[in-house]
Write a protein of this length. Structure first.
Length: 491
């Protein structure tokens, strides 16, 4: 069992979908993690600033009370100089006011045990974290301001984000490899086996194993496919047997129909052969008795030969028509087949004063079995003759149609066809009988006048050739049958 890329499409799709979902979940988790870490870092920074500012405020207040205001300011200045990362200053001192990012009125409202923090830009345009704590005293003494650049916060955020991305990528790759491996084992391999089994079933090989040995959905599908293969094997065998029986029965019906047609034709042909037989008898008797001799005897012998050839041709046509043969398609002139058919049926028609004429424009060629098409055409012509017991006319018209359109329900496709139209001057067909005229054994003739197989077999023969028969029978203007046969492709 080779590699089939189609089997891996599902595994690949599942893997990609799993990766997308995993990456999305990890990304969302990373965003929230970075946000939480930033908040925690910010809170820690504020807490540190607050502790430092409160400690310096208390110390500055104590130094001021003991050594004076100038000593306390020097203390704050020295504290700022000792820590290079922090900027510490005394703001809103009434005696030495410094500009800051908060108003002195706002600072005066801060409780002594609390602090105020915010992020703002300094004079150089850099963002810093500022924290203010009031200096305790009886009179307003300003506040201690502690500030620090937020670069540390940004660096920390970038580090957290970078760590999250690396972690997410590692987990996504690990999950993808795991999903692809499991998908290959749990989905890819069973699917390849199912595809191979489906191909065997499509080739009518119902004996191959269809089993996965698993109890999941794919295993259940394999069991159903095995049951389906068993049912298809039985149905195929039954259908083949029924098809063989149907074909055998159909051939028997066609042969019986040919024999019945030969029987009907024989009565007309017997009369047709009576004249040449009389000619042979008289001329042979004249030669045998010596009544004629020399050149007249030669002429009489020639007449006898011609009459015998005429009878031989007629009998040969009957034998060929009655002899069962397998379907053998050839490029045949439909006009020639129509004339041969009319020549066979004409003697029968003459007994009931029915004239049959052929109108063939050009040389329409169809890819057909000549004998079977002649049988179908004979059935149509004889049906027209039998529809006029008191005499009339039957017209057989042959022509090519470039864009024939099959009727609704026909299995044939449109295109180039040869159309053979057989029309008569009879009473037509009743509307309630039209849907049934091609059904086997359906007939409106008197008992003993027909079996009801002629039109059914004609329609079946034409359908087997890939064509169709249509009928129009507007009473009382006669009936017209049109037989469409696939045309031979032009060379």
């Amino acid at each position: 069992m080779g590699y089939d890329p189609r089997c891996m499409k599902l595994v690949t799709k599942l893997t990609v979908a799993f990766m997308i979902v995993t990456c999305a979940v990890l990304a969302i988790n990373g965003v929230f993690r970075v946000r939480d870490e930033e908040r925690a870092f910010h809170a820690d920074l504020v807490l540190d600033h607050g502790r430092i500012a409160h400690a310096l405020a208390q110390a500055a207040s104590a130094v001021r009370d003991n050594d004076g205001a100038e000593a306390s300011r020097s203390f704050i200045h020295e504290a700022s100089a000792r820590d290079g990362s922090l900027a510490i200053q005394w703001v809103c001192d009434p005696s030495r006011l410094r500009e800051t990012h908060v108003s002195c009125d706002e600072l005066s409202k801060i409780p002594l045990a609390a602090e105020l923090s915010r992020i703002a830009e300094d004079s150089a345009g850099l963002k810093r974290m500022y924290t203010w704590v009031r200096v305790p005293g009886d009179a307003p003494a300003g506040a201690i301001e502690v500030s620090e650049p937020v670069d540390a916060l940004r660096s920390y955020s970038r580090k957290v984000l970078s760590d999250s991305l690396v972690s997410a990528a590692t987990m996504a790759i690990a999950f993808a490899v795991t999903a692809f491996s499991l998908g290959t084992v749990l989905v890819g391999r069973p699917t390849r086996k199912l595809i191979a089994a489906a191909r065997r079933i499509g080739r009518a090989d119902f004996e191959g194993p269809v089993a996965l040995g698993s109890s999941d959905e794919l295993g259940a599908l394999a069991l159903e496919m095995r049951a389906m293969a068993s049912q298809l094997r039985d149905a195929t065998a039954k259908a083949a047997e029924e098809t063989r029986a149907r074909i055998a029965t159909l051939e028997q019906l066609r042969h019986v129909d040919r024999l019945l047609t030969v029987g009907r034709l024989a009565s007309g042909i017997a009369h047709e052969m009576g004249t040449p037989l009389n000619v042979v008898e008289v001329r042979a008797s004249m030669i045998a008795t010596g009544e004629i001799g020399g050149e007249p005897a030669k002429e009489a012998a020639a007449v006898i030969v011609e009459s015998c050839e005429r009878m031989t041709r007629t009998i040969g046509q009957l034998l060929a028509f009655a002899r069962p043969q397998a379907l053998e398609r050839t490029a045949a002139s439909v006009a020639r087949l129509a004339r041969q058919t009319v020549a066979l049926v004409a003697p029968l028609g003459s007994k009931t004063r029915v004239a049959i004429e052929v109108d063939a424009a050009g040389d329409a060629v169809a890819n057909v079995d000549e004998l079977q098409v002649q049988q179908a055409l004979t059935n149509l012509v004889m049906n027209a003759v039998q529809a006029m017991p008191d005499g009339g006319n039957v017209r057989v018209r042959v022509e090519s149609v470039l864009d024939a359109v099959p009727p609704e329900g026909a299995s044939a496709a449109g295109g180039r066809f040869v159309k053979v139209r057989v029309e008569d001057d009879g009473p037509g067909i009743a509307a309630e009988h039209l849907p049934h005229i091609f059904e086997p054994f359906f007939t409106t003739k008197e008992v003993g006048s027909g079996t009801g197989l002629g039109l059914s077999i004609a329609e079946n023969i034409v359908r087997d050739h890939g064509g169709w028969i249509s009928v129009s029978a507007a009473r009382p203007n006669g009936a017209a049958f049109e037989m469409f046969l696939p045309a031979e492709a032009p060379r």
